[in-house]
Ligand binder design. Structure first.
Ligand SMILES: [Zn+2]
Length: 339
Protein backbone atom coordinates (compact mmCIF):
# COMPACT_ATOMS: atom_id res chain seq x y z
CA UNK A 1 0.00 0.00 0.00
CA UNK A 2 2.96 2.27 0.62
CA UNK A 3 4.67 1.16 -2.63
CA UNK A 4 7.61 3.55 -2.52
CA UNK A 5 5.50 6.44 -3.77
CA UNK A 6 5.13 8.27 -0.47
CA UNK A 7 4.21 11.90 -0.75
CA UNK A 8 6.68 14.19 1.00
CA UNK A 9 4.19 15.13 3.70
CA UNK A 10 2.62 11.81 4.76
CA UNK A 11 5.10 10.87 7.48
CA UNK A 12 4.76 13.82 9.86
CA UNK A 13 5.79 13.77 13.50
CA UNK A 14 2.61 12.53 15.12
CA UNK A 15 0.95 11.32 18.26
CA UNK A 16 -0.80 7.98 18.06
CA UNK A 17 -3.85 7.98 20.33
CA UNK A 18 -5.68 4.85 19.20
CA UNK A 19 -3.42 1.82 19.29
CA UNK A 20 -4.02 -1.48 21.08
CA UNK A 21 -0.66 -2.93 22.04
CA UNK A 22 -2.07 -6.43 21.65
CA UNK A 23 -3.13 -5.69 18.07
CA UNK A 24 0.47 -4.70 17.26
CA UNK A 25 1.56 -8.34 17.52
CA UNK A 26 2.72 -9.77 14.20
CA UNK A 27 2.18 -13.33 12.90
CA UNK A 28 5.86 -14.25 13.34
CA UNK A 29 5.75 -13.48 17.04
CA UNK A 30 2.38 -15.19 17.49
CA UNK A 31 3.73 -18.43 16.03
CA UNK A 32 7.03 -18.17 17.93
CA UNK A 33 5.31 -17.58 21.28
CA UNK A 34 2.87 -20.41 20.55
CA UNK A 35 5.83 -22.81 20.19
CA UNK A 36 7.83 -21.35 23.09
CA UNK A 37 4.94 -21.43 25.55
CA UNK A 38 3.40 -24.68 24.33
CA UNK A 39 0.08 -23.01 23.52
CA UNK A 40 -1.44 -24.75 20.48
CA UNK A 41 -3.08 -22.65 17.75
CA UNK A 42 -5.19 -24.05 14.91
CA UNK A 43 -2.91 -22.75 12.14
CA UNK A 44 -0.68 -24.86 9.87
CA UNK A 45 2.02 -22.20 9.81
CA UNK A 46 2.61 -18.46 9.67
CA UNK A 47 1.36 -18.21 6.09
CA UNK A 48 -1.86 -19.93 7.07
CA UNK A 49 -2.32 -17.45 9.92
CA UNK A 50 -1.66 -14.49 7.61
CA UNK A 51 -4.22 -15.84 5.13
CA UNK A 52 -6.87 -15.52 7.83
CA UNK A 53 -6.38 -11.75 8.15
CA UNK A 54 -9.58 -11.06 6.21
CA UNK A 55 -12.51 -9.94 8.31
CA UNK A 56 -16.12 -9.20 7.51
CA UNK A 57 -16.79 -7.37 10.75
CA UNK A 58 -15.41 -6.45 14.18
CA UNK A 59 -16.51 -9.70 15.82
CA UNK A 60 -14.70 -11.88 13.26
CA UNK A 61 -11.51 -9.96 13.99
CA UNK A 62 -12.03 -10.18 17.77
CA UNK A 63 -12.52 -13.95 17.62
CA UNK A 64 -9.16 -14.46 15.86
CA UNK A 65 -7.46 -11.74 17.93
CA UNK A 66 -8.49 -13.19 21.30
CA UNK A 67 -7.39 -16.65 20.21
CA UNK A 68 -3.97 -15.29 19.18
CA UNK A 69 -3.58 -13.52 22.54
CA UNK A 70 -3.62 -16.84 24.39
CA UNK A 71 0.07 -17.25 23.44
CA UNK A 72 1.12 -14.30 25.65
CA UNK A 73 2.15 -15.69 29.02
CA UNK A 74 5.32 -14.23 30.53
CA UNK A 75 6.73 -10.83 31.43
CA UNK A 76 9.20 -11.28 28.56
CA UNK A 77 6.30 -11.89 26.14
CA UNK A 78 4.71 -8.58 27.11
CA UNK A 79 8.06 -6.81 26.89
CA UNK A 80 8.47 -8.20 23.34
CA UNK A 81 4.93 -7.21 22.44
CA UNK A 82 5.52 -3.63 23.56
CA UNK A 83 8.94 -3.46 21.90
CA UNK A 84 7.41 -4.72 18.65
CA UNK A 85 4.99 -1.80 18.66
CA UNK A 86 7.77 0.69 19.40
CA UNK A 87 9.99 -0.68 16.60
CA UNK A 88 7.20 -0.07 14.08
CA UNK A 89 6.21 3.29 15.55
CA UNK A 90 9.73 4.67 15.12
CA UNK A 91 9.51 4.06 11.37
CA UNK A 92 6.14 5.80 11.32
CA UNK A 93 7.59 8.94 12.99
CA UNK A 94 5.45 8.56 16.12
CA UNK A 95 6.69 10.92 18.86
CA UNK A 96 4.04 10.21 21.43
CA UNK A 97 1.81 7.15 21.89
CA UNK A 98 -1.06 6.66 24.33
CA UNK A 99 -1.40 2.92 24.25
CA UNK A 100 -4.41 0.77 25.09
CA UNK A 101 -4.05 -2.59 26.77
CA UNK A 102 -6.72 -5.17 27.65
CA UNK A 103 -5.80 -6.34 31.14
CA UNK A 104 -8.94 -8.42 31.64
CA UNK A 105 -8.18 -10.58 28.59
CA UNK A 106 -4.69 -11.47 29.83
CA UNK A 107 -5.75 -12.18 33.40
CA UNK A 108 -8.50 -14.37 31.93
CA UNK A 109 -5.77 -16.27 30.06
CA UNK A 110 -4.03 -17.02 33.34
CA UNK A 111 -1.38 -14.30 33.11
CA UNK A 112 -0.22 -12.81 36.41
CA UNK A 113 -0.80 -9.05 36.66
CA UNK A 114 2.85 -8.66 37.72
CA UNK A 115 4.00 -10.23 34.44
CA UNK A 116 1.63 -8.10 32.38
CA UNK A 117 2.47 -4.78 34.00
CA UNK A 118 6.13 -5.64 34.47
CA UNK A 119 6.64 -6.42 30.78
CA UNK A 120 4.67 -3.44 29.47
CA UNK A 121 6.18 -0.90 31.80
CA UNK A 122 9.74 -2.18 31.31
CA UNK A 123 9.40 -1.51 27.59
CA UNK A 124 7.32 1.66 27.70
CA UNK A 125 9.01 3.12 30.76
CA UNK A 126 12.24 3.30 28.77
CA UNK A 127 10.66 4.12 25.38
CA UNK A 128 11.99 7.68 25.31
CA UNK A 129 15.57 6.42 25.72
CA UNK A 130 15.26 3.26 23.59
CA UNK A 131 13.11 4.60 20.73
CA UNK A 132 12.73 8.36 21.17
CA UNK A 133 9.00 7.92 21.75
CA UNK A 134 7.07 9.23 24.75
CA UNK A 135 4.47 6.69 25.88
CA UNK A 136 1.76 6.21 28.45
CA UNK A 137 -0.76 3.42 29.03
CA UNK A 138 -4.55 3.48 28.99
CA UNK A 139 -6.26 0.38 30.40
CA UNK A 140 -9.37 -0.61 28.46
CA UNK A 141 -12.29 -2.37 30.03
CA UNK A 142 -13.57 -5.21 27.85
CA UNK A 143 -17.11 -4.10 27.23
CA UNK A 144 -18.55 -7.60 26.77
CA UNK A 145 -17.24 -8.84 30.14
CA UNK A 146 -19.71 -6.66 31.99
CA UNK A 147 -19.96 -4.24 34.86
CA UNK A 148 -18.75 -6.33 37.80
CA UNK A 149 -15.64 -7.50 35.97
CA UNK A 150 -14.77 -3.88 35.14
CA UNK A 151 -15.06 -2.86 38.80
CA UNK A 152 -12.85 -5.77 39.85
CA UNK A 153 -10.26 -4.90 37.21
CA UNK A 154 -10.10 -1.27 38.30
CA UNK A 155 -9.48 -2.44 41.87
CA UNK A 156 -6.78 -4.90 40.72
CA UNK A 157 -4.91 -2.25 38.74
CA UNK A 158 -4.79 0.27 41.58
CA UNK A 159 -1.35 -0.87 42.84
CA UNK A 160 -0.17 0.17 39.34
CA UNK A 161 -2.10 3.45 39.33
CA UNK A 162 1.03 5.49 38.65
CA UNK A 163 1.74 3.46 35.48
CA UNK A 164 -1.53 4.29 33.69
CA UNK A 165 -2.92 7.67 32.65
CA UNK A 166 -6.44 6.68 31.82
CA UNK A 167 -9.14 4.13 31.15
CA UNK A 168 -10.93 3.19 27.95
CA UNK A 169 -13.64 0.84 26.78
CA UNK A 170 -13.31 -1.58 23.86
CA UNK A 171 -14.39 -4.90 22.32
CA UNK A 172 -17.90 -5.79 21.16
CA UNK A 173 -20.08 -2.68 21.04
CA UNK A 174 -23.52 -3.97 20.13
CA UNK A 175 -25.47 -5.09 23.20
CA UNK A 176 -23.10 -3.54 25.77
CA UNK A 177 -24.10 0.08 26.18
CA UNK A 178 -22.25 2.80 28.11
CA UNK A 179 -24.86 2.74 30.89
CA UNK A 180 -23.17 -0.42 32.19
CA UNK A 181 -19.99 1.54 32.92
CA UNK A 182 -21.21 4.80 34.47
CA UNK A 183 -20.08 3.93 37.99
CA UNK A 184 -16.72 2.42 37.12
CA UNK A 185 -15.91 5.50 35.01
CA UNK A 186 -16.87 7.72 37.94
CA UNK A 187 -14.45 5.73 40.12
CA UNK A 188 -11.70 6.15 37.52
CA UNK A 189 -12.41 9.90 37.31
CA UNK A 190 -12.13 10.16 41.09
CA UNK A 191 -8.66 8.58 40.76
CA UNK A 192 -7.68 11.36 38.37
CA UNK A 193 -7.57 9.06 35.34
CA UNK A 194 -8.30 10.37 31.85
CA UNK A 195 -11.44 8.95 30.25
CA UNK A 196 -11.86 7.73 26.67
CA UNK A 197 -14.08 5.07 25.09
CA UNK A 198 -14.64 3.28 21.82
CA UNK A 199 -18.03 4.35 20.50
CA UNK A 200 -19.60 4.52 17.09
CA UNK A 201 -17.54 1.76 15.51
CA UNK A 202 -20.55 -0.52 15.27
CA UNK A 203 -23.15 1.61 17.03
CA UNK A 204 -24.82 4.75 15.71
CA UNK A 205 -24.49 8.41 16.76
CA UNK A 206 -26.96 7.87 19.62
CA UNK A 207 -24.44 5.50 21.20
CA UNK A 208 -21.72 8.13 20.92
CA UNK A 209 -23.93 10.81 22.48
CA UNK A 210 -24.89 8.47 25.34
CA UNK A 211 -21.24 7.57 25.91
CA UNK A 212 -20.31 11.26 26.20
CA UNK A 213 -23.24 11.98 28.52
CA UNK A 214 -22.81 8.98 30.80
CA UNK A 215 -19.05 8.43 30.85
CA UNK A 216 -17.82 12.05 30.41
CA UNK A 217 -15.11 11.03 27.97
CA UNK A 218 -12.61 13.43 26.45
CA UNK A 219 -12.02 11.34 23.33
CA UNK A 220 -14.32 9.18 21.20
CA UNK A 221 -12.38 6.24 19.79
CA UNK A 222 -13.51 5.63 16.17
CA UNK A 223 -16.75 7.64 16.06
CA UNK A 224 -17.20 6.65 12.43
CA UNK A 225 -20.91 7.51 12.37
CA UNK A 226 -20.87 10.80 14.32
CA UNK A 227 -21.55 12.86 11.18
CA UNK A 228 -25.07 11.39 10.99
CA UNK A 229 -26.27 13.62 13.84
CA UNK A 230 -25.82 17.41 13.51
CA UNK A 231 -26.42 17.90 17.25
CA UNK A 232 -23.61 15.48 18.05
CA UNK A 233 -21.31 17.22 15.56
CA UNK A 234 -22.08 20.55 17.20
CA UNK A 235 -21.33 19.11 20.62
CA UNK A 236 -18.04 17.49 19.56
CA UNK A 237 -16.98 20.81 18.02
CA UNK A 238 -17.96 23.13 20.86
CA UNK A 239 -16.55 20.88 23.58
CA UNK A 240 -13.58 19.87 21.39
CA UNK A 241 -14.05 16.22 22.26
CA UNK A 242 -11.54 14.45 20.04
CA UNK A 243 -12.39 11.67 17.59
CA UNK A 244 -9.58 9.15 17.09
CA UNK A 245 -10.24 7.65 13.67
CA UNK A 246 -8.46 4.60 12.26
CA UNK A 247 -9.22 4.71 8.52
CA UNK A 248 -7.53 1.47 7.40
CA UNK A 249 -9.00 -0.44 10.35
CA UNK A 250 -12.48 0.77 9.40
CA UNK A 251 -12.09 -0.64 5.90
CA UNK A 252 -10.48 -3.87 7.13
CA UNK A 253 -13.39 -4.54 9.50
CA UNK A 254 -16.12 -3.56 7.05
CA UNK A 255 -17.20 -0.54 9.10
CA UNK A 256 -17.09 1.43 5.84
CA UNK A 257 -17.10 -0.10 2.33
CA UNK A 258 -14.04 1.70 0.98
CA UNK A 259 -11.64 4.37 2.16
CA UNK A 260 -13.32 6.85 -0.17
CA UNK A 261 -16.41 6.55 2.07
CA UNK A 262 -14.59 7.66 5.21
CA UNK A 263 -16.14 10.67 6.99
CA UNK A 264 -12.75 12.16 7.94
CA UNK A 265 -12.89 15.01 5.36
CA UNK A 266 -16.32 16.03 6.65
CA UNK A 267 -15.10 15.86 10.24
CA UNK A 268 -12.31 18.32 9.44
CA UNK A 269 -14.65 20.55 7.44
CA UNK A 270 -16.94 20.73 10.50
CA UNK A 271 -14.06 21.73 12.78
CA UNK A 272 -13.90 18.49 14.77
CA UNK A 273 -10.72 17.58 16.63
CA UNK A 274 -10.21 14.48 14.48
CA UNK A 275 -7.02 12.44 14.53
CA UNK A 276 -5.59 9.44 12.67
CA UNK A 277 -4.18 6.26 14.23
CA UNK A 278 -3.47 2.68 13.21
CA UNK A 279 -5.54 0.68 15.77
CA UNK A 280 -3.28 -2.37 15.14
CA UNK A 281 -0.75 -2.24 12.27
CA UNK A 282 -0.27 -5.94 11.36
CA UNK A 283 -3.98 -6.69 11.30
CA UNK A 284 -5.30 -3.65 9.46
CA UNK A 285 -2.76 -2.69 6.82
CA UNK A 286 -0.02 -0.61 8.38
CA UNK A 287 1.25 1.94 10.81
CA UNK A 288 -0.05 5.48 11.22
CA UNK A 289 2.17 6.74 8.35
CA UNK A 290 0.54 4.19 6.03
CA UNK A 291 -2.83 5.53 7.17
CA UNK A 292 -1.75 9.11 6.36
CA UNK A 293 -0.50 7.97 2.95
CA UNK A 294 -3.74 6.08 2.24
CA UNK A 295 -6.01 9.01 3.10
CA UNK A 296 -3.90 11.17 0.82
CA UNK A 297 -4.07 8.66 -2.05
CA UNK A 298 -7.64 7.46 -1.71
CA UNK A 299 -9.50 10.12 0.26
CA UNK A 300 -7.97 13.19 -1.34
CA UNK A 301 -6.54 14.54 1.90
CA UNK A 302 -4.21 17.42 1.08
CA UNK A 303 -0.98 18.57 2.66
CA UNK A 304 -2.96 21.11 4.69
CA UNK A 305 -5.40 18.41 5.85
CA UNK A 306 -2.60 16.13 7.01
CA UNK A 307 -0.86 19.06 8.69
CA UNK A 308 -4.07 19.73 10.62
CA UNK A 309 -4.49 16.04 11.52
CA UNK A 310 -0.92 15.83 12.83
CA UNK A 311 -1.47 19.01 14.88
CA UNK A 312 -4.77 17.59 16.18
CA UNK A 313 -3.01 14.43 17.38
CA UNK A 314 -0.94 16.51 19.80
CA UNK A 315 -3.84 18.85 20.67
CA UNK A 316 -5.89 15.79 21.72
CA UNK A 317 -3.06 14.06 23.60
CA UNK A 318 -2.87 13.91 27.40
CA UNK A 319 0.44 15.79 27.63
CA UNK A 320 1.94 18.80 29.39
CA UNK A 321 1.58 22.18 27.62
CA UNK A 322 5.37 22.53 27.18
CA UNK A 323 5.55 19.12 25.44
CA UNK A 324 2.56 20.01 23.29
CA UNK A 325 4.16 23.26 22.18
CA UNK A 326 7.45 21.55 21.36
CA UNK A 327 5.81 18.81 19.29
CA UNK A 328 3.49 21.26 17.51
CA UNK A 329 6.62 23.20 16.59
CA UNK A 330 8.12 20.01 15.12
CA UNK A 331 4.96 19.40 13.11
CA UNK A 332 4.92 22.93 11.71
CA UNK A 333 8.63 22.73 10.83
CA UNK A 334 8.05 19.40 9.05
CA UNK A 335 5.28 20.83 6.87
CA UNK A 336 7.18 24.05 6.22
CA UNK A 337 10.05 21.95 4.84
CA UNK A 338 7.83 19.48 2.90
CA UNK A 339 7.29 20.02 -0.82
ZN1 LIG B 1 -9.61 0.32 18.77
Amino acid sequence: MNGGNSAAFTRPPTAELHIHVEAAIDPTHIMAMSRKNGVPLPYLDEADLRSRYAFRNLQEFLNLHYLNLTVLKTEEDFFQLATGYLDGAVGANVRRAEIFFDAQIHLGNGVQIEALMGGLTAAFGASQESHGISTDLIMCFSRDLGTQAAHEMLTLIMPYRDRIIGVGLDSTEIGFGPELYTEVYARAAAEGLHLVAHAGEEGGPDTVMATIDLLHIKRVDHGVRVMEDPKLVERLRTEQIAVTTCPLSNVALGTIPTLADHPLPRMLAEGLLATVSSDGPPYFGGNVDVNYQAIHDELGMTKNDIHLLARNSFEAAFIAPTDRDRWLGEVDAYFAAAE
